[in-house]
Design a protein around this ligand. Structure first.
Ligand SMILES: [Zn+2]
Length: 465
């Protein structure tokens, strides 16, 4: 009779691998099954949006959220969790109102844009000049808007990819200074959003150094329509009152958790989203969902019998909405960014992923084929073209050469509630959220339990949409 020890020695290596357990034979199928059945991300998102709520960068609530998330990751089996702080300007919304005062008195639904200065306490009363496109305002000469409230009512186009947002968001970010250069005393835009509700969409704006700082706010879509119809009949005057405040040198907090690799712990597969949110809603789709997906994907892997070869790092960026986290993280990483094999960010809500794209270096390789086979059962196509944008918090890392993966989600209705008071937990579909977790977990496992070289990006390319 042959001893057990001798039997083991007699078996070929591949048989031993199979003998190691069914899970080891197809870890991705195991990961997908666990991710789809796992309610951790959904519960994380429910608790974050319920217990903390809105999380403006640099606010006490954002700090509280970071401490809270740190404990959640520790409880979820992460090997190491820590917080990283960096200075930001904390902007706070105050009372805000607008009304038509001529030709008839009518209330308007408005929301100040993030970083906007306040109006004088008594508010601003002025006639409006209305432009149906941002370009029409840009075509005006200096002085042409003296003493007026400039209103731009260009409309965001609805697309599955969300491309209509990038095409128009410049009017929100740079428009106030452009209007001020032409003499305007305040600036209003049609909300950058695709809904027809009276909930305005906030979002960040910034002031040019060479223009007076004038208050800026977004009108809800129906209110912008109302002004378009009214101005066609004759002059219109508005009253605008915004009481926002800015506090310099507040601290934003990024949360970092790691599942340490078993062979190359210094090599990192980075999954991310952003912890900060706007103040109007509770930041469920933007971007509580993204951090719930990234952390949930890593947690599924933490629950396996064996760690992957490389480290999986989850980063919950602390100041995406005001555009401050990307640079802060890349600077804090410095030369260590060279250890990031690949990075990705989930920041487009919780609808299903329909396609994926990889860096050029691995498109069409065995890794690409492996990933394509893993994602197809989840309804995801692997694109043949390289990833174009990894997420706004990864832009500075990408500038420094860090390659990124891109997962495109169905964004058809994302901009109906993005940056509005309606960005709340009830909008999340548990099944669609779980599909995201399964996709990210499959990718994270395949990328981390391999030696594949994702290459480095040439500087200045591929990082910005
Ligand atoms: Zn976001």
């Amino acid at each position: 009779m042959i001893s057990c020890h001798r039997l083991l020695r007699a078996l070929p290596a591949f048989a031993l691998m199979l003998w190691g357990g069914a899970a080891a034979a197809d870890p991705v199928a195991d990961i997908v099954a666990k991710a789809l059945a796992d309610g951790w991300s959904y519960q994380f998102l429910s608790d974050l949006t319920t217990e903390i709520g809105p999380r403006m960068a640099g606010s006490p609530a954002a700090r509280q959220a970071a401490e809270w998330a740190k404990i959640r990751l520790q409880q979820a089996g992460f090997d190491e969790v820590h917080l990283e702080s960096f200075p930001v300007t904390n902007w706070t919304r105050g009372a805000e109102s607008a009304e038509i005062i001529m030709p008839s008195r009518q209330h308007l639904a408005v929301a100040a844009l993030g970083q906007s200065v306040a109006t004088p306490a008594a508010g601003i009363d002025a006639q409006i000049v209305l432009f149906k496109s941002f370009q029409a305002l840009l075509d005006m000469p200096p002085g042409s808007l003296n003493g007026k409230i400039a209103v731009v009512t260009q409309r965001q186009v609805r697309t599955q990819s969300g491309s209509g947002y990038g095409a128009i968001v410049g009017m929100r970010v740079t428009g106030a200074s452009e209007a001020a250069k032409r003499g305007a005393v305040a600036y209003l835009i049609r909300s950058v959003g695709t809904d027809n509700h009276r909930l305005p969409h906030t979002g960040v704006m910034s002031y040019a150094k060479d223009a007076p700082r004038i208050p800026a706010a977004a009108l809800s879509n129906p209110d912008a329509d109302q002004l378009e119809r009214l101005i066609a009949k004759g002059p219109v005057s508005l009253h605008l009152n915004l009481a926002s405040e800015s506090k310099e040198n507040a601290q934003a907090v990024t949360v970092v958790g790691e599942i340490r690799g078993r062979e190359h712990p210094e090599q990192v597969v980075l999954l991310s989203g952003h912890l900060d949110s706007w103040d109007l809603g509770t930041g469920a789709i933007d971007d509580g969902a993204g951090i719930a997906i990234a952390a949930g994907a890593a947690r599924v892997i933490a629950g396996l019998q064996q760690r992957p070869k490389r480290t999986i790092r989850v980063v919950m960026f602390g100041a995406e909405e005001i555009g401050a986290a990307s640079k802060a993280y890349a600077e804090a990483q410095g030369a260590k960014a060279a250890n990031i094999a690949i990075a990705g960010e989930s920041d487009f809500g919780a609808r299903k992923i329909y396609q994926a794209s990889l860096p050029n270096a691995v498109a069409g390789t065995a890794f690409g084929k492996q990933l394509a086979a893993a994602l197809l059962p989840l309804g995801v196509d692997l694109e043949k073209t390289p990833a174009r944008h990894g997420g706004s918090d990864l832009e500075d890392l990408a500038e420094g050469g860090v390659p990124f993966v891109q997962f495109d989600q169905n964004g058809s209705d994302y901009f109906d509630i993005h940056h509005t008071a309606d960005d709340t937990f009830d909008k999340i579909d548990a099944g669609e959220l779980a599909q995201n977790v399964a996709v990210w977990a499959s990718f994270a496992w395949l990328a981390a339990d391999s030696d594949v070289d994702f290459g480095r990006l040439p500087s200045g390319t591929g990082s910005r949409r």
